[in-house]
Design a protein around this ligand. Structure first.
Ligand SMILES: N[C@@H](CCC(=O)N[C@@H](CS)C(=O)NCC(=O)O)C(=O)O
Length: 242
């Protein structure tokens, strides 16, 4: 039975971290809101979330595997990883992978707050001065702290600097690829020359991009372009040089 991925249609968003893992694994999955029909589409997702069934999630993305409902990106990847060959074999290292993914969750949250520093209920246009202040601090302090951390994770991985954890590709590597892609899209000024500062992250980004299934996915219509409804948004007025 195919996995069912539920996420907002029209954006990469947080769903993309799950999508990349499913695509790299060649897993059988349905992107529910991108299809029409019984049990498909955005309405089906909203009906499920607002319904009176068990295990309802607070927010997308969530994944259904049969009757099981798994929510939150890091939790979904922790569940999927061992099943689709994208998690370390070692149980301890699986927890290390989960810790890294949870750090990515925190980072993604901070990315989101650069364009919505006051409220997600307000439009970006209603919080531009605050967004400028927030993203200036994000670029100065937080991008270097997070990317510096992940660079060290790669450089200090006993399994080799090609991967974040263990000796093989994991869902964490795919998520780091997506983080770099997203930052390059949203903050091209801030990210200029990033490869000189974070060489292992840049090498990981390039190696993930070269993977046959990932490059086929990136060239496919399933990979939506970044846009200003997603997590990584390009607003030139809040992008400054690092
Ligand atoms: N911690 C969750 C965050 C989920 C989340 O914030 N989802 C967003 C879309 S990317 C949403 O629909 N949020 C609705 C809300 O917060 O009211 C995860 O990592 O999956």
């Amino acid at each position: 039975m195919p996995y069912k991925l539920y996420y907002w249609n029209g954006i990469q968003g947080r769903g993309e971290f799950v999508r990349l893992a499913l695509e790299q694994a060649g897993a059988d999955y349905i992107d529910i809101t991108r299809h029409e029909g019984t049990g498909m589409g955005t309405e089906a997702m909203l009906d499920f979330m607002g319904g009176d069934g068990p295990n309802i999630p607070f927010a997308p993305p969530f994944l259904k595997d049969g009757d099981l409902v798994v929510s939150h990106v890091a939790n979904i990847l922790s569940y999927l990883g061992p099943r689709i060959g994208l998690a370390p074999d070692d149980d301890g290292l699986r927890h290390v992978a989960n810790g890294l993914q949870l750090t990515i969750t925190d980072f993604v949250c901070e990315v989101h707050d650069t364009h919505h520093p006051i409220s997600t209920a307000l439009y970006y246009e209603d919080q531009i001065p605050e967004a400028k202040a927030r993203s200036t601090a994000f670029i100065k302090d937080r991008i270097p702290k997070y990317l510096g951390y992940f660079e060290r994770v790669l450089q200090q991985n006993p399994g080799g600097s090609e991967h974040a954890v263990g000796r093989d590709l994991s869902y964490v590597d795919l998520s780091l690829f997506q983080v770099i892609e997203g930052l390059n899209y949203a903050f091209p000024m801030a990210m200029k020359g990033y490869a000189d500062r974070y060489s292992a992250l840049a090498a990981l980004n390039a190696s993930v991009r070269r993977r046959p299934r990932i490059s086929a996915y990136l060239a496919s219509p399933r990979r939506l372009a970044f846009n200003e409804d997603g997590i990584f948004r390009h607003y030139p007025e809040i992008d400054v040089a690092a």
